[in-house]
Design a protein around this ligand. Structure first.
Ligand SMILES: Nc1ncnc2c1ncn2[C@@H]1O[C@H](COP(=O)(O)OP(=O)(O)OP(=O)(O)O)[C@@H](O)[C@H]1O
Ligand SMILES: Nc1nc2c(ncn2[C@@H]2O[C@H](COP(=O)(O)O)[C@@H](O)[C@H]2O)c(=O)[nH]1
Length: 190
């Protein structure tokens, strides 16, 4: 049996990864999504095991020590990581898996799964990215300025990815990602 394909969606903070990913979940419910572990507190409506596996710092450290995470990264004061077994079991069973993670984590996955398909979500412009961060209303002006500086560095890393997708409109961005998934399945292995 051939293995499934690993898809990773990544990009700067505020570009719309979470938004596009939830729209994609509606359009492609058959796709299997990786549920990350995190030390951050659940937001209203988030369910343990569905949105994230919510862990204490001690539990998260234990996962790292026991090599249970494929990658992990610290992001604005919290830790996030991809549970290894679920990804490997899904791929070995011949199913695709979809990860939505930040850029440092994606680069680590690239080292372990160079055959993965890496998609970088880009904003239509820097100004629009800043507006989205302000519009979301979850960060202070200082944090937004920091994230914009980090975003400039992250855009430099786009060259390591396989695809760049502009998130101008949510529906269009989803359609582009769906096209990539279909195209990857039509690829001839050389
Ligand atoms: N195509 C779009 N057009 C306009 N606004 C958008 C679009 N996509 C997302 N947004 C808005 O941009 C803001 C940031 O989106 P989102 O939280 O999904 O970003 P993110 O990349 O997941 O951020 P983070 O990495 O910080 O979690 C949200 O307010 C969202 O509603
Ligand atoms: N490196 C990883 N990054 C992850 C993972 N799961 C989510 N994320 C990214 O964290 C930020 C913040 O997420 P939020 O839910 O607190 O807004 C966002 O960019 C996610 O893509 C992971 O397992 N590893």
């Amino acid at each position: 049996m051939s293995k499934g394909l690993l898809f990773v969606l990544s990009g700067p903070s505020g570009v719309g990864k979470g938004t596009v990913c939830s729209a994609l979940r509606t359009r492609m419910p058959e796709l299997i999504y990786s549920v990350s572990a995190t030390t951050r507190q659940p937001r209203a409506g988030e369910v343990d095991g569905v949105n994230y596996f919510f862990k204490s710092h001690e539990q998260f450290q234990e996962m790292i020590l026991n090599d249970r995470l494929l990658e992990h990264a610290e992001y604005v004061g919290n830790f996030y990581g991809t549970p290894r077994d679920f990804v490997e079991d899904t791929l070995n069973a011949g199913n695709d898996i979809f990860l939505e993670i930040e850029v440092q984590g994606a680069l680590k996955v690239m080292e372990k799964f160079p055959e993965g398909v890496f998609i970088f979500l880009t904003p239509p412009s820097f100004e629009e990215l800043e507006q989205r961060l302000h519009g979301r209303g979850t960060e202070t002006v200082d944090t937004i300025m920091n994230r914009m500086t980090v975003a400039a560095d992250e855009l430099e890393l786009m060259k390591h990815y396989d695809y760049s997708v502009v998130n101008d409109e949510i529906d269009l961005a989803c359609m582009r990602i769906q096209s990539i998934i279909v195209a990857e399945h039509c690829k001839i292995t050389k």
